[in-house]
Design a protein around this ligand. Structure first.
Ligand SMILES: NC(=O)c1ccc[n+]([C@@H]2O[C@H](COP(=O)([O-])OP(=O)(O)OC[C@H]3O[C@@H](n4cnc5c(N)ncnc54)[C@H](OP(=O)(O)O)[C@@H]3O)[C@@H](O)[C@H]2O)c1
Length: 314
């Protein structure tokens, strides 16, 4: 089968198209013919050998696909690698039948980014109606879904995004106010946009952006950290947390894979919301399988919006 194989860590050009053997069937797993392979920012970390879970080379990246089982079911599912390929092995516990009302392009946005957005907002932050929430990369994969889910729950969303076009998109998705994510005075801009300190915030850039976002959180507020796209992990002063009674929580979706209710519950809610039109996954560029390196170039350049995917038939 055709697959993108990484034989070394490094820049996008380490992602090369090769002919490799199909994955061996394994107990508890389902083999699928891949239609679309989801691209996630985590894949950039994997390629650069900076991901939370180190991988061994050679390695086929990609942690989610939508495709068809040998029995003809249309499914979307999560995996630990192996997604950028014509055939992929999905663990049954994190594989779901896709309802007719949900397209392949929508489904592939929901498994990893949709479930992450859902549990960040409602499990980690426990955002409630009327609260203000900061959502970074608000026109990106996780962010564009988080903006919509938070607004739908009655929260006031302050969306951060790196370009005027992305900020406009975030407002169209339901953000009440938008802020330039690259601003050095990010804290003041969030305070201005929110009309004061915020009750809750998501943070995925790390480094100075983490500190600037945390500084905008109100006493007794909550911040959930789920990434370090800027490449620099942040440190937090426990004195600051004590003084302002702030809760900082961490989040990594794979910690929920073994939970028998968390992902089935959120997946059902996400499918239903797409089905009734109250959640509209933002479909970004779909690249040919052999163009995975181009997709990674674009991700690192911060230009894409919405869900990026690889069309393995192209
Ligand atoms: N912990 C988890 O379980 C989990 C699950 C899913 C995703 N994540 C994390 O969530 C974040 C978003 O993931 P995604 O797949 O949805 O990607 P994405 O948001 O579609 O793309 C990444 C976005 O991050 C922003 N960004 C900020 N600093 C950046 C930098 N130095 N370089 C590149 N981009 C930067 C950019 O938006 P602007 O230019 O608009 O700022 C960029 O478009 C990533 O940090 C990812 O690792 C974590």
């Amino acid at each position: 089968m055709r697959a993108i194989v990484m034989r070394e860590f490094g820049g996008p050009d380490v992602l090369r198209l090769e002919d490799v053997p199909e994955p061996e069937p394994r107990g508890g797993h389902t083999l699928v013919d891949v239609t679309l392979a989801g691209i996630n920012y985590a894949d950039v970390h994997v390629r650069g050998d900076s991901y939370l879970a180190p991988v061994e080379l050679p390695y086929i990246p990609g942690n989610e696909v939508v495709g068809t089982t040998d029995g003809g079911r249309r499914v979307v599912g999560l995996s630990r690698g192996g997604g950028y390929a014509e055939r992929a092995l999905l663990h049954r516990r994190v594989t779901w039948d896709v309802p007719d009302a949900v397209t392949d392009a929508q489904a592939v946005a929901l498994a990893l980014q949709g479930n992450s957005a859902w549990h960040l907002l409602f499990t980690a932050l426990r955002v409630t109606e009327g609260e203000t929430v900061v959502v970074p990369a608000a026109a990106g994969g996780v962010g564009s879904l988080a903006v919509q889910l938070a607004a739908r729950a009655g929260a006031k969303v302050i969306g951060l995004a790196g370009s005027a076009e992305k900020r406009e998109l975030a407002q169209d998705l339901g953000a009440h106010a938008v802020v330039d994510s690259t601003a050095h005075d990010l804290t003041e801009r969030i305070l201005d946009a929110a009309g004061g300190p915020v009750q809750t915030a998501l943070e995925m850039t790390g480094g100075a952006t983490f500190a600037r976002t945390l500084a905008a959180v109100a006493p007794c507020g909550r911040l959930a950290v789920y990434g370090f796209a800027g490449g620099e992990l942040a440190s937090v002063s426990t004195r600051d947390l004590m003084e302002r009674s702030i809760t900082v929580s961490g989040f990594w979706l794979p910690q929920l894979y073994a939970d028998r209710t968390a992902l089935p519950t959120s997946m059902r809610a996400l499918f239903d919301a797409v089905g009734d039109g109250s959640l509209k996954p933002l479909t970004g560029t779909t690249y040919a399988l052999g163009n995975a390196a181009r997709a990674h170039h674009d991700l690192a350049a911060r230009t894409p919006t919405g869900k990026l995917a690889l069309d393995v038939a192209r």
